[in-house]
Design a protein around this ligand. Sequence first.
Ligand code: SF4
Length: 189
Amino acid sequence: MEEDYISISTLNDFIFCPYSIYLHNVYENTDESIFHATPQTQGRIAHETVDEKKSSTRKDVLQALPVYSEKYGLMGKIDVYRAKDKYLVERKYQLRQIYQGQIYQLWAQMFCLQEMGYEVEHIAFYEVSTKRTIPVNLPTYEDKQRFEQFLRSFRDYTLMQPFQPNLNKCRHCIYCNLCDKTTEDNVYQ
Ligand code: SF4
């Protein structure tokens, strides 16, 4: 059932703040200009090139392919998959640091591709602003176990769980001005 599937793009947000997933669902169909702050806008610019399928015309390059995994209950979209090299790449406008949630998202894309029959031997981020490729290790057995545990905690999360906002995160959260858990101001305003 589709409602049981987790959107790959929310994995990093969940680690950032589980409550933001709730707000994301509430404001999903809202005018994006209300809450899209600077980093998110840049992120969308990085992806627009891919979504418009302009970054390459080579036939062995798949772009913006919808992917899913029944095993993990995940769905989403990959950025770029180069079939010849079995290479999966996720483009980001800027990567000052790589968060565990972003690595989970890349692994999730890889698991989906593999379940759909595509071979993946290399995964990497590509920083658009510096034209830098940052290779990421393929998950080990222990990594997969941690990933599965993470997905369980995502599914088990309920709004009834005790929650203490991290104000430093709130200041950098796109939902800051709409969130009932904080009175902080967003630094991007
Ligand atoms: S404003 Fe703070 S508490 Fe609210 S969703 Fe964002 S990070 Fe979480």
